[in-house]
Design a protein. Structure first.
Length: 215
């Protein structure tokens, strides 16, 4: 995590620049961490290592994941819900379904730390990359991240820098906690054996697809 955190901080073009007096980029919230996303608006995001792989695709059998993701993509008209780009294969350019991405809210109280599923959204490859900038960093895709942030949000370089700084700070904050996983948004659509309420304790995530604990 420290390596990714430091690398993301180095993405900032001019670390010593003054911050814009007025910015469309929200500051990091200390106890409830969530970001808006929708047509023409997306923020760079990164998940802490201790939740990697512990997502719907990692937890569920492929058939169950397909039953969730395919209707999301079809309801979006097979287009990205942020930039409107049709889903396509990044290697061949051929049409395909867009990616289905989980939007998470991270909430901390005096007794719990909960990673809560807020919605599923259809994203093109370029916008999906912005939701996993830790992985983009490891792949050397900094320029693609910045280019898409500018294209979708019409941000200045300063605003992109500030958003990346905030993403690094969110990573630092999120990495302090062990997160319970709350999938109750999908009640009635999903069953996970042993978890009728679809809330999985942090200590149980290692056996439900969390790659952090299996390295």
């Amino acid at each position: 995590m420290k390596r990714i955190f430091k690398s993301l901080r180095r993405w900032v073009t001019r670390p010593d620049r003054p911050k814009p007096a007025e910015s469309k980029v929200p500051a990091v919230k200390p106890m409830v961490d969530s970001l808006p996303i929708g047509p023409g608006l997306i923020y760079p995001d990164v998940l802490p290592e201790n939740v990697w792989g512990s997502n719907l695709r990692g937890i569920l059998p492929r058939a169950d994941w397909d039953r969730l993701r395919i209707p999301v993509c079809e309801a979006a008209g097979m287009r990205c819900e942020v930039c409107g780009q049709p889903g396509h294969d990044p290697q061949t350019g051929r049409p395909r379904r867009p990616d289905c991405h989980e939007i998470w809210h991270f909430e901390v109280t005096s007794t719990t730390a909960v990673q809560r599923l807020a919605r599923l959204i259809a994203l093109c490859v370029d916008c999906h990359r912005l939701q996993h900038i830790g992985l983009a960093n490891l792949r050397g895709e900094e320029s693609l991240v910045k280019m898409q942030l500018k294209a979708v949000n019409a941000w200045s370089n300063d605003e992109i820098d500030l958003a990346l700084e905030n993403a690094a700070e969110r990573l630092n904050w999120r990495s302090r906690y062990n997160w319970d996983l709350d999938l109750s948004l999908l009640a009635g659509k999903l069953q996970i054996r042993g978890y009728p309420c679809l809330v999985i304790a942090a200590k149980d995530r290692r056996r439900l697809g969390n790659s952090y604990f299996t390295r």
